[in-house]
Design a protein around this ligand. Sequence first.
Ligand SMILES: C[S@@+](CC[C@H](N)C(=O)[O-])C[C@H]1O[C@@H](n2cnc3c(N)ncnc32)[C@H](O)[C@@H]1O
Length: 221
Amino acid sequence: MGVSIERILEKEIMSDKEQAACYAKADFSVSNQFFVDSLIKYSNLFIYVLDLGCGPADVCIRLAKAKRDIGILAVDASQPMLELAKDAMVNAKIKYKIKFKKEYLSDLKLIDDYDLIISKDLLHHLPDPMILWNKIKEFSRPGTIVYVMDLIRAESKEKAKQIVETVSGNESETLKQDFYNSLLAAFTLDEIKQQLTQANLDKKLTVEQVSERHFIVKGKL
Ligand SMILES: C[S@@+](CC[C@H](N)C(=O)[O-])C[C@H]1O[C@@H](n2cnc3c(N)ncnc32)[C@H](O)[C@@H]1O
């Protein structure tokens, strides 16, 4: 499957209130539950979890329900997203399991290291993808599990439109436009492999296409 178009950057932070609300309302249950189920099948030997680019925290909440003994630090730079995430956590009745931090990934400083670092659909927002891989190295220790899922760039604008209509045809126009932009801002599998090599993570992390539009990078550091 050859990719014929260049990456088109989209807005990095989802800081617009309406955009964040449309994202939180949209139904990503299939890909979010797939992420959680496949992660736990891969390994459930973790307690302290770091989620980079948590958005409205649907992934964190599903993970906290699936594995009750964990604590999650969820990071995002968007205030509207974090407000939606806190509401969602209260509604899900899992108080205290998730702590939130508003910070740009590039500015994030943490004193702890983590058993598991996850990130879903953040990478394609970053103008410089190496920030994610370098921060993963910074916040890990030997044995930390890494589980990153993101979109694969569509082969063409027509293909991106087709994917949006098939997957999110019933969602709001704002959500559909965001999804379209994301499919053009995402990376190819070859680009991901190059990023892992550049970060010196290619011996420990593998990349695998898991659906028509998603890949997972996983491994133990
Ligand atoms: C597409 S959402 C994904 C949210 C969530 N992980 C999910 O899968 O539902 C991407 C999130 O990453 C956040 N984000 C983008 N760039 C960021 C950065 N440099 N630092 C922190 N958060 C960032 C956005 O604000 C947005 O909430």
